[in-house]
Every structure is written in C-alpha cells, then in structure tokens.
Design a protein. Structure first.
Length: 128
C-alpha cells in the first residue's frame, strides 16, 4: 500500500513539474524598420524591393509581431495591379494563410470598408 501511494505521489509530482513548467517567452529574431527616407524608398521601389511601412518583428517561436498584435503567418504576395506597368509585392502579416494579392490590393485602394483588413487579423506591412 505504501509503495502504491509513493508511486502515485511520484507520478503526480512529475506531471505537475512537466505541465506546470513556465513557457519560454518568445524573443525578437529580426526587426523590420519603417523606411522613412524618401530617396531610399524610391530606390527600393525601382529595384522591386518592398518598402516597410509598419515596423514588425520576426519572433523566435515562428510568429510575427507588430507593436500591438501577434500573427501566425508572413505572406509575400506578388501580382499585377490593374493597368500597372509592372508587378507589385505586398508583405502581409496574418492569422490566416489564405489572403490573396487581390485582397491586399483592395485593402489599399478600395473605398468599401468591407475590403479593409481587421488589424487584429491581418496587416499590410510593406509594399513594392
């Protein structure tokens, strides 16, 4: 009986130790700064490089973060806007992985509020 009680208490202690261990907080792996220099932004656009408009961070746990929200995915969406001479790229952070290039474009130029992204779900951080 004592052996059974001792084994039960040992198993419970192991379970509590493993389950109750605090999770390591994610740290910043890389920071993407806002491009504020107009000449640098123009050069980046000419070189087809995305220009960061919202500061964001790549985290050690694989997530992406802005100042306020955390996102599961970083999507690089490429395509051509209507009547555009060249292709564009949108960098989007999202908790959804099914955002399309057209949706990102509409979030920029549409006057319909239904086309705008909910910042808690999706944010456009760079374009080029």
């Amino acid at each position: 009986m004592k052996k059974l009680i001792l084994m039960t208490m040992t198993a419970a202690a192991i379970c509590l130790t493993a389950c109750g261990a605090p999770k390591e907080e994610a740290t910043v792996v890389q920071t993407y700064e806002v491009v504020t220099d107009d000449a640098a932004a123009k050069k980046m656009m000419e070189d087809c490089q995305p220009v960061t408009m919202v500061q964001y961070f790549e985290m050690s746990d694989g997530t992406w973060k802005t100042g306020e929200y955390t996102y599961k995915h970083r999507l690089e969406l490429r395509g051509r806007m209507p009547n555009a001479a060249m292709d564009s790229v949108f960098i989007v952070l999202s908790n959804r992985d099914d955002i399309t290039f057209d949706q990102a474009g509409r979030s920029l130029y549409s006057s319909n509020s239904a086309d705008q992204f909910d910042p808690a779900e999706t944010v456009l951080v760079a374009l080029g």
